[in-house]
Design a protein around this ligand. Structure first.
Ligand SMILES: *[C@@H]1O[C@H](CO)[C@@H](O)[C@H](O)[C@H]1NC(C)=O
Ligand SMILES: *[C@@H]1O[C@H](CO)[C@@H](O)[C@H](O)[C@H]1NC(C)=O
Ligand SMILES: *[C@@H]1O[C@H](CO)[C@@H](O)[C@H](O)[C@H]1NC(C)=O
Ligand SMILES: *[C@@H]1O[C@H](CO)[C@@H](O)[C@H](O)[C@H]1NC(C)=O
Ligand SMILES: *[C@@H]1O[C@H](CO)[C@@H](O)[C@H](O)[C@H]1NC(C)=O
Length: 305
C-alpha cells in the first residue's frame, strides 16, 4: 500500500492542472483514482494500517467529516480512528464487520470534489452475515490529494437492519423481533461493558462496575433506531465501543452514561438538517451563494484553502 501511495503521490503532484487560492483542480480521472485509493485503503485488512493518529496518508490534518446516522468528526486523529478503526475488528463482537470488497456505481467529479455511490460488501462476522451496503459520499481534496472534508450517507441503513436482525435471529434460534433485539442488546452491552472494564480506568472510568454498566445499557437507555447512532442510545455506544481501545481518554466518555457529547440527545431534527458545519461549500464556482451547510468563515465570507 505504501508503494501505491508513493506512486499515486507522484501521479497527483505531477498532474495538477492549476492551483488557485480557493481550490485545487483535478481531472475526472484523477478524482476517480483518488476515490478508488480511498476505498482500497478502507478494505480490511489494509484499513488497519491507517488507524494510528499519525497516519497522514488519507486525511488532511484539519479534515472535517460527517457520517449520516452518527455525527460530525473533526481532525485527522478522530477520523483515522473512526473510519479505519470501526471496521477493522472481525473478532470483536458487534454489528460492524470488515469491508471486503467494493464497486463504485455512481461517480461525478469536478475540480477538487467527487460525489460517488459505492457498494461495499461487509462481513458482519458476529452474525455470520455477508451483506452489501450502499454508501453515498462527497469528498473534497487538498492539493496533495488528502481529504479535507467529506460527507457520507449509508443509503438504506434502516433496511439493512432487517437482514442484520434476521441473521441474529438465526444465530440465537429466535423468531420474535422483540426477543431478537433483546438478545442483541444483551450481547452489545456485555461487549461494551467488557471494553469499559479492560480500558477505562481511573479518570476514564464511567461505571462503578460491569453490572452497573450492563444495567444502564440494557435498561436505562434505549436500543435506538438505525439513525440514532449519534444519540443517547445503546447503538451509539456500540459504535464508540470499537474506538475505545485506540484512545481511552477520548472514547471512554462516549460509552459512559453521559455520552461524552457524542451519544446525547442534544439536537432536534431541524438542527441536524440545518447544521452549518462545513468550511467549504460543496457547490463550486460561486453557485449557491448562501449555502446553509457552510459555517461562517473568517474575513468577508471568503473560503480559504
Ligand atoms: C506512528 O506512531 C507509532 C507509535 O506511536 C510509531 O510506531 C510509528 O512509527 C509512527 N509512524 C509514523 C509514520 O510516524
Ligand atoms: C464488483 O463487481 C465485480 C465484477 O462485476 C464482482 O465480481 C464483485 O463481486 C463486485 N463486488 C461488490 C462488492 O459488489
Ligand atoms: C467472514 O469472516 C469470517 C471470520 O473471520 C471468515 O471465516 C469468512 O471467510 C469471511 N467471509 C468472507 C466472505 O470473507
Ligand atoms: C419461525 O417462523 C417460521 C416462519 O414463520 C416458522 O416456520 C418456524 O417454525 C418458526 N420457528 C420457531 C422456533 O418458532
Ligand atoms: C475560484 O475563484 C475563481 C475567481 O474568483 C472563480 O472563477 C472560480 O470559479 C472559483 N473556483 C471554485 C472551485 O470555487
Amino acid at each position: 500500500m505504501l508503494v501505491l501511495l508513493l506512486v499515486l503521490y507522484h501521479f497527483i503532484a505531477s498532474t495538477i492542472v492549476s492551483a488557485r487560492p480557493n481550490g485545487t483542480h483535478y481531472s475526472y480521472h484523477e478524482l476517480w483514482m483518488l476515490q478508488n485509493y480511498f476505498w482500497q485503503n478502507f478494505l480490511y485488512p489494509t484499513n488497519r494500517g491507517h488507524i494510528e493518529a499519525n497516519d497522514s496518508s488519507i486525511f488532511a490534518a484539519d479534515v472535517q467529516g460527517r457520517v449520516h446516522a452518527t455525527r460530525t468528526f473533526d481532525g485527522r486523529e478522530l477520523n483515522n480512528e473512526y473510519i479505519f478503526g470501526l471496521f477493522s475488528q472481525p473478532d470483536h463482537p458487534g454489528i460492524f464487520g470488515p469491508p471486503i470488497a467494493y464497486n463504485i456505481t455512481q461517480f461525478a467529479a469536478t475540480d477538487n470534489t467527487a460525489a460517488a455511490t459505492t457498494l461495499i460488501t461487509f462481513n458482519i462476522t458476529t452474525f455470520q452475515l455477508v451483506v452489501p451496503a450502499a454508501i453515498d459520499t462527497w469528498f473534497q481534496y487538498d492539493s496533495s490529494g488528502k481529504i479535507t472534508q467529506y460527507d457520507a450517507v449509508f443509503r438504506w441503513l434502516d433496511y439493512l437492519f432487517v437482514p442484520l436482525m434476521q441473521a441474529a435471529g438465526k444465530m440465537f434460534h429466535l423468531n420474535d423481533s422483540v426477543q431478537i433485539q433483546n438478545r442483541v442488546a444483551a450481547l452489545l452491552a456485555d461487549t461494551i461493558c467488557q471494553t469499559h472494564q479492560d480500558h477505562c480506568h481511573e479518570a476514564n472510568q464511567q461505571y462503578a462496575s460491569k453490572e452497573d454498566c450492563v444495567v444502564f445499557l440494557t435498561q436505562r437507555v434505549r436500543f435506538g433506531l438505525p439513525y440514532e447512532m449519534g444519540r443517547n442510545t445503546l447503538l451509539c455506544r456500540e459504535v464508540h465501543d470499537n474506538m475505545v481501545r485506540f484512545n481511552p481518554p477520548v472514547h471512554c466518555p462516549h460509552i459512559g452514561p453521559g455520552g461524552g457529547g457524542y451519544c446525547v440527545d442534544d439536537m432536534t431534527y431541524q438542527q441536524v438538517v440545518l447544521e452549518k458545519y462545513f468550511r467549504h461549500s460543496w457547490v463550486p464556482y460561486g453557485y449557491a451563494d448562501h449555502n446553509p451547510w457552510v459555517a461562517p468563515q473568517d474575513g468577508a465570507g471568503q473560503l480559504v484553502d
